[in-house]
Structures are given as structure tokens and as C-alpha cells.
Design a protein around this ligand. Structure first.
Ligand code: AHG
Ligand code: MN
Ligand code: MN
Length: 362
């Protein structure tokens, strides 16, 4: 007879954070409280997203600083992040995809020692089609004078490399709502229990497999790609008969959060590389609130994140809304693409023998 297992409750997000804090006996608990407030904002957004067309969202129709159309839910999610985090005394400032300038802490509230940067709703072009979207966040330390209140918040306070992040994560609003988090000690995943209203630890140790046969890229941009990316994708598409000697599968959801989530769950590689479509944009995705937090989650899960030319987390930001080429996922694939960027041969035209019309091709 099979013995019934005693019911062991899963760890809540709160418990996970407290257990983590025990590693630092002198820690104040501010970081934990901040992460719990962010999680609460994500739960509020999840509830609205789940109502779909039934949600009573305000009219939007504006464009953000990057010239992109703002959906009503972009604005509402941004408001929720601001209102649920500005009051606590843990932050010295906030910055978001949806705001041109950083947001200072209102006079009525104390200033804290952290900065919060976020993409309140990633993949928002997918809202109308009921495909997974998410929220991405990055926590940085605030300069001491800012926390002390001896000077005002400035854009440059946020211009810290990804390696300086204290914590990073995302919530994904899919069939289940999940929170994926790193506080610098691995990457873990929580699933929202809708009855309890709590995030429960369901993925205590996420690991990106080093190898993969799955890649994600928007190939409608292929004519604008640089040679190293063209080479990589061509080799994947050539499959078993090509230089990789194996067949690859491809996915493109157009919600980076959902692509990152798939890669954390089962491996793969994601590319939104530099392209020549718009000379003013060195990439599609933004460094501070998209590439860096996802980069930290990947690296903490044993994966890799890169621009192709340098490790993502080493990039020194030059502006709040800076765009950057993004590659992340299974370590061996990302390293291969980096190698292609560094090999001088990748920058020169292909050999005439293998040109589109040549001796060996008709
Ligand atoms: P956002 O909705 O925050 O502006 O981000 C959308 C991003 C990202 O999630 C996704 O990978 C990419 O845009 C999709 O771009 P394409 O439409 O060019 O495929
Ligand atoms: Mn985004
Ligand atoms: Mn967004």
C-alpha cells in the first residue's frame, strides 16, 4: 500500500527572502520588503491582465519617450509600480520604460537606499491577442548622498552596469502567473497560488542547459542583420546537413519575458541583435530595464547574456533608455555567437565560391 505523504507546505516568497537574508545577519530587511512590494504590484497587474477585454482600463493612445504607442495597460502597470513602491522608504528613485525622466520619491515619504528600474509591461503588443506578457525589474543601490537627501535624483544615478544589480526579476502573466527572481544566489521561480494570493516556491534552482537546439529571433529582420548573426542563423537553418550537424527548432513570441522564461525552463538562445534597419537604434531592447535584469537571471541560472561583442553585465550605460543588441540563453550557443562576432572572417564578405551564385550553388 502506498503511504500518503504528509502535506508539506511550499515556501512562500516571504520565507524564501527571510531564509536568504539569514546569510547576511546585519541586513536591515529593506531589500526583502522592497521585493515584496514589487511582488504585490505584479499581483495587481496579473489580476488586471487576467480580465482581458473585461478589464476596465483607461484610454491611452499616447506615445512614450521612445516613440512607441502606449497601451492602456502599459500606463496602468506603470502607475501600479510607482504607487506601490514610492511610499515605503526603501527607494531613492524609480525609472521606467514609460517615463522619460526618473521619478523622485515624493516629499511626504522617506528616501531609502535602493533604486528601482522597470519595464511595467513587456510584450504589450501581445495584450490584444491574449499571449503571455510580463513585468521586468532591476534593483540597484542608490548613491549615499541621494539616500541621505543631500542632493536631488539624477539620470546618472541609474547608469550602473548590470553587474552592480542587487536583485532582478520578472513576473510572467501566462496561463499561470510566476515570479522569477535572483538576489545574487541562483535564480528561482515562484508560482502564484490564486487561492492563497501568495507566490510559492516551485522552481528552487533554475538551470539553463549549456547546449540547445532551439533559437529565437525575429527573422523578418534578417536582411538588416550583421554577418555574424546571419552566419549563426544560416548554420542553424542548415540543420543536420550543415556545419552544426543537427536540426534546430525556432520560436518567436515577441514577449521577451516569455522567451526568457522558456529558456530558463528548457534552454535555448534568444537574439535581438543590432541591425541596420534604423541607424539611430543600435538594437531593439533597452539595457537598463530589459537586457540587464534578464541578463542577471540568465547568468545566475548558469546561462550567458551578451551584446555579441561584450558580456551584457559589463556594459557601462550611457543613458536611461539606451538600446542594446541582446543575446542570452544556453552558454555554449551564446559563446559561439560571440566568437563569430570576434572572428575577423565574420566581418568580410563570404568566399565567392559560396556566394549566392557561384561554382557550388545555382
Ligand atoms: P515592450 O512591450 O516593453 O515595448 O517590449 C517588447 C519587446 C520585447 O518584449 C520583444 O522581444 C520585442 O519587443 C518584440 O519585437 P518585434 O516586434 O520587433 O519582434
Ligand atoms: Mn519590454
Ligand atoms: Mn514595456
Amino acid at each position: 500500500m502506498i503511504e500518503p505523504k504528509p502535506h508539506i507546505p511550499r515556501w512562500t516568497l516571504t520565507r524564501y527572502l527571510i531564509e536568504q537574508r539569514r546569510r547576511f545577519p546585519s541586513a536591515s530587511g529593506d531589500l526583502n520588503a522592497l521585493i515584496l512590494d514589487i511582488a504585490l504590484a505584479c499581483k495587481a497587474i496579473a489580476r488586471i491582465v487576467a480580465r482581458g477585454a473585461l478589464a476596465n482600463t483607461p484610454e491611452a493612445g499616447q506615445t512614450n519617450v521612445q516613440g512607441e504607442e502606449q497601451k492602456p495597460l502599459d500606463i496602468l502597470s506603470n502607475e501600479l509600480f510607482l504607487r506601490m513602491n514610492e511610499w515605503s522608504g526603501h527607494l531613492a528613485g524609480l525609472a521606467s520604460e514609460e517615463m522619460e525622466l526618473p521619478q523622485a520619491i515624493p516629499e511626504a515619504y522617506p528616501r531609502g537606499k535602493y533604486l528601482l528600474v522597470f519595464d511595467p509591461l513587456d510584450g504589450s503588443s501581445n495584450i490584444d491577442v491574449n499571449v503571455a506578457v510580463g513585468s521586468i525589474f532591476s534593483i540597484l543601490r542608490a548613491p549615499a548622498e541621494l539616500s541621505a537627501g543631500t542632493r536631488e535624483l539624477q539620470e546618472r544615478d541609474f547608469l550602473q552596469p548590470g553587474a552592480a544589480q542587487v536583485a532582478a526579476g520578472y513576473a510572467i502573466y501566462g496561463p499561470a502567473t510566476m515570479l522569477v527572481l535572483t538576489v545574487g544566489e541562483g535564480t528561482v521561480g515562484f508560482t502564484l497560488d490564486p487561492e492563497l494570493g501568495e507566490f510559492l516556491l516551485t522552481h528552487p534552482c533554475l538551470n539553463v542547459p549549456e547546449q540547445t537546439r532551439e533559437f529565437a529571433i525575429n527573422s523578418s529582420n534578417s536582411r538588416f542583420w550583421e554577418p555574424p548573426v546571419k552566419r549563426y542563423v544560416d548554420e542553424c537553418l542548415a540543420g543536420k546537413a550543415g556545419p552544426r550537424g543537427k536540426d534546430f527548432n525556432m520560436r518567436w513570441i515577441a514577449s521577451m519575458v516569455a522567451e526568457a522564461h522558456r529558456i530558463l525552463m528548457r534552454g535555448g538562445v534568444f537574439l535581438y541583435p543590432r541591425d541596420s534597419k534604423d541607424a539611430a537604434k543600435p538594437g531593439r531592447l533597452r539595457l537598463l530595464y530589459e537586457a540587464n535584469p534578464i541578463g542577471m537571471l540568465m547568468e545566475q541560472a548558469g546561462g550567458r547574456a551578451s551584446t555579441g561583442r561584450q558580456p551584457m553585465l559589463g556594459v557601462m550605460p550611457s543613458s536611461l533608455h539606451q538600446r542594446i543588441p541582446v543575446l542570452f540563453g544556453s552558454r555554449e550557443e551564446v559563446e559561439r555567437i560571440e566568437r563569430y562576432h570576434h572572428e575577423p572572417s565574420a566581418e568580410v564578405a563570404p568566399s565567392p565560391l559560396f556566394a549566392p551564385r557561384s561554382l557550388f550553388r545555382d
